[in-house]
Design a protein around this ligand. Sequence first.
Ligand code: HEC
Ligand code: HEC
Length: 415
Amino acid sequence: MAHARRTFICGPALLTGAVLLAACSDSSTPTSSDSRNSPNFPKPPNVNPAPSPVPLGSALAGLMPFEAAQFARGQAVFVRVFTPATGLGPLFNNTSCAGCHDDPVTGGYSDDDFETHATAYHRGSCNMLASEGGPVFESHVTPAVTALTGLTAAPVPKDATGTGIRFTPDVFGRGLIEAIPDQTLRQLAWQERSNPDHIAGRANILANGHVGRFGRKANVDNLRDFNATAFLKEMGITSSLDPQEPLIIAGKTLPASIEPGGIDLSDKDLNDATAFTRLLAPPPLQAQTAQTNTGSMLFDKVGCAGCHVRSLKTGSNAASPSLSNRTVGLFSDLLLHDMGPALADICFLSANPSEFRTEPLMGVNHREEFMHDHKSTTIDDAIQRHGGQGSAARARFRALSPAQQAALTAYVNTL
Ligand code: HEC
Ligand code: HEC
């Protein structure tokens, strides 16, 4: 099947926002007085990427030899299975990164591997339940923990006000997402404030001053930090960034001797695993047809592209030349949006229960379950569940003819 790459050739449809003007130049560029992503703004369907030779799960094209070597070493860390003897636990969700991120290839998503997050939300403030082992409550424990406590999983404490089931997303193309400058996301948020659909996403400004973009609540800004936390929370693997074993279960602290002491993961392994997640190429786009070209046009017209921004440009100071000044077709603004009470689950740091990061649509073509809870098995159903700031686009989608709706969902299924 003909695949296409996500390195976009700049087209007029990409140029309706000032942020993107820097990305390319085109004589048909609308002026900045055009309302960005206005549903009535005419856009040609021809905004799809050109064919790419890079199959799913490969590294970005054009890596330096040392980067290719680091990618290969990092992949080995990503698939490494940990045991209690090599530091697994005492609490964990799985025994390797690839134990969850493996569908359809290493680095992918999972429909059946999930984790449980729980927090407490009171009068606008979020308690991460850290003193009770939160916000991640692990589904497995080592035999030593069971022998001591009789427990086989970390229970969600009674004072949690919400539980969020988080299914495993893809990590393809995440290095490009990491390399999108904070300023781009801040500008998008500023522009969205005047969007006629009232989509008004907000940049999740973290304690370190950067704009969060990873996780469904956009609560981490960089892959090294995210991965170190994943090693700790998913597998109980400590590193120099996260040296404290997860020892709290059911309100009690386990003795430190329950686990071999010391740091489980070397900095080299953490850096290699991070290089792997950083240098994975974005997923290829499927071939387009006359129907999906219509769908692409409707995607803009009904206002999907207001939040699912087709592409953004990485900065020039990215970790690798292969990540610098690239246009990534992520189909997200990476901002937090209030999606209404029906989707709401948990608060997470400054994000409210109803706020979610616009899920990048890149890779939809190889996924089968959608939304943070994976309860949607069709694109149509995912759209129907967009409330809050997604309501206007949903209403316009509902007003389309059945053939137009089919064209739009067929298009999304190629992303
Ligand atoms: C138990 C299954 C599971 C395991 C094991 C796991 N992950 Fe994940 N991963 C997830 C889930 C669930 C999320 C989404 C978390 C959220 O929304 O806050 C995620 C998100 C990510 C992301 C961010 C993707 C994005 O766009 O937000 C990265 C990067 C990542 N994982 C890397 C890793 C690495 C590296 C490892 C191994 C140390 C790992 N994961 C192990 C389930 C898993
Ligand atoms: C107000 C911003 C906004 C608009 C407008 C919007 N979306 Fe979304 N979309 C989101 C957010 C936020 C999520 C994540 C929701 C969740 O995880 O529960 C999402 C999730 C999705 C998903 C699920 C992706 C996955 O892998 O889980 C699909 C598919 C989708 N949107 C398609 C569309 C289409 C098609 C339109 C236009 C009809 C649209 N969206 C309009 C913000 C928006």
